[in-house]
Design a protein around this ligand. Structure first.
Ligand code: GSH
Length: 204
């Protein structure tokens, strides 16, 4: 499987992280998203006329949306699926349109009505916080239960990177606990701006 990838993209990281947690190999093809805008080149537009990343090529199959790609990766792994996947994948897309856009505005100079997207991002984070607080009261760590699913992996990157777009996570303690749980998962991989939870080793 080839992932057309940009290292700073939250949406590409979703795919790298999911594959790593599943132990699946991805062949990464680095796309010069910034500053060269290679994702808009004729070669890339032939693969994905929308001109977006990520793109996954698996044999003859080409997928151009992170939700579709996540579903494809876990198609034969029921433990990563949940009954609420549709809801949370759509919610994750909303996070990308708000928190993700605020981040692209701040770090790459994208045009955005920044106060509006930050406000909308905070509204989404409040919903996420409420859900995760309810889950904690029920003794559940993740969005759909005691084990992580694609719901968590889809929502995690843009949430964790929210401060890069000027949206603080300070008001959201349940979100911060949930992110720590994800950052501790076996097989977790990092991206710039998101590090794994480093445990201090006890002296022997
Ligand atoms: N719906 C897409 C959106 C992904 C997305 O927002 N990709 C950004 C990079 S993080 C992109 O390619 N934007 C095109 C551009 O900025 O020109 C998905 O989730 O796969």
């Amino acid at each position: 499987m080839i992932l057309y990838d940009y290292v700073l993209s939250a949406s590409c990281y979703k795919i790298r992280l999911m594959a790593a947690l599943l132990g699946k190999d991805l062949s990464l093809r680095a796309v010069n998203f910034h500053p060269a805008r290679e994702h808009k080149s004729p070669e890339m537009l032939a693969l994905n006329p929308k001109g977006t990343l990520p793109i996954l090529q698996d044999g003859d199959v080409i997928l151009t949306d992170s939700a579709e790609i996540l579903r494809h990766l876990i198609a034969d792994t029921p433990t990563w699926q949940s009954d609420d996947d549709d809801h949370w994948l759509s919610f994750a897309s909303g996070l990308n349109d708000t928190l993700g856009l605020a981040r692209l505005h701040d770090i790459l100079g994208y045009d955005a009505d920044i106060d509006v997207v930050r406000t909308q991002g905070n509204l989404a984070l409040r919903q996420l916080e409420q859900r995760l607080t309810e889950q904690r009261f029920d003794g559940e760590t993740f969005l759909t239960g005691s084990q992580p699913t694609i719901a968590d992996i889809a929502c995690f990157p843009n949430t964790a990177l929210a401060p890069d777009g000027g949206v603080s996570l300070d008001p959201y303690p349940s979100i911060r606990l949930w992110m720590r749980a994800i950052r501790s998962l076996p097989g977790f991989i990092e991206m710039p701006g998101i590090h794994r939870l480093h445990e201090l080793a006890h002296p022997a």
